[in-house]
Design a protein around this ligand. Structure first.
Ligand SMILES: [Mn+2]
Length: 331
């Protein structure tokens, strides 16, 4: 077995790497969220603004509608295969997270820099800057930019704040520390437009989405004496609507936030007999441990997985794992 060197590079080494690279790509995972989009935008802008380099933000997937308000979103573009000196992965626990597009670029890039906070990260870069205890990749980026004396513009501050705020669920998760809050305070001082951002993220809900959410919530299945809830989302729920499944990502928190529940899960039907799961926990279940056994991974309190089979079988698979690991085998 190949032994991985789980060692981070220091900020100065990363600065030297950036300086010695002329063409740079920034890439992140599919199924984008606030943190990876914030990280992609802030990394791209910060390097452009501070080092005047050619930097491409590489689009690998459709960006969810709730992030459309970000004024720098259009810098993330479908990019033709470039001869990159450096490819920077942000917010990717594994090298394959950007999918096919990522594969094209990482084959041709001369070097890879891996900046991330996933527990499952295996230090796949030639250079690594990985801190699993950090709330978000955007928090790590803020500290990196500070260390290497990058100026943080208002636009970079906006993107970083979106990432930190969404990945901590508004500073609620255990991963949100006093440092996280100090960084958010610095971002406010740097001009981040917090009121605009928070209204766009949390007070711009779509009525049609909310009504369908209610239907899905009512359909949930419960296990282990109402400690675990599973919601299924099927292609048929979206027929004749202009809604998409990514508009329902926060629904996974619903049952976790109810007294007595430890785990809540959403399974999205991506194709026949293939479901993508989001798993959340509150106190003691390590979601990344469960999901790493189901073609996925992530964080202690929030992870993702992919399971084959019909909905009943998919539920059975995860419930039997949860039962074995945490709920004394019973259902
Ligand atoms: Mn993240």
């Amino acid at each position: 077995m190949q032994t991985m060197k789980k060692k981070n590079n220091c900020p100065i080494e990363i600065l030297e790497l950036l300086k010695s690279s002329n063409t740079i790509g920034v890439i992140s995972h599919k199924n984008p969220d606030g943190d990876n989009i914030g990280a992609t935008i802030s990394t791209t802008l910060a390097i452009r603004e501070n080092l005047k380099k050619k930097v491409f933000a590489i689009k690998v997937d459709t960006i969810p509608k709730y992030l459309n308000f970000l004024e720098d979103l259009n810098i993330i573009q479908e990019t033709k295969n470039q001869d990159l000196d450096l490819l920077i992965y942000v917010d990717c626990g594994e090298i394959n997270r950007p999918g096919d597009v990522g594969e094209i670029f990482n084959k041709s890039a001369k070097k890879i820099l891996n900046i991330d906070h996933h527990k499952t990260n295996d230090f796949f870069g030639d250079y690594n800057f990985v801190f699993p205890e950090k709330s978000s990749t955007c928090e790590i980026l803020y500290e990196l930019f500070k260390e290497i004396d990058f100026k943080i513009s208002k636009n970079v501050a906006d993107a970083l704040l979106v990432g930190i705020n969404t990945d901590t669920n508004r500073f609620l998760y255990e991963s949100s520390t006093s440092t996280t809050l100090r960084i958010a305070a610095d971002l406010y001082d740097l001009g981040a437009n917090k009121d605009f951002i928070y209204k766009k993220l949390y007070q711009s809900n779509d009525l049609k989405v909310e009504l369908l959410k209610n239907k899905l919530i009512n359909r949930a299945k419960f296990y282990f004496d109402n400690k675990v809830a599973i919601i299924g989302m099927f292609k048929s729920d979206f027929e004749n609507t202009n809604l998409s499944m990514d508009m329902f990502d926060d629904l996974v928190n619903y049952y976790r936030d109810i007294e007595g529940f430890e785990v809540s899960i959403i399974f999205k039907e991506i194709e026949e007999n293939l479901f993508k799961g989001s798993v959340r926990s509150k106190n003691f279940v390590d979601c990344s441990k469960i999901c790493s056994k189901l073609n996925g991974g992530g964080h202690t309190r929030a992870s993702g997985c992919k399971i084959e089979g019909n909905f009943d079988l998919v539920c059975k698979k995860i419930i039997s794992l949860l039962g074995k690991e945490y709920f004394n085998g019973g259902v």
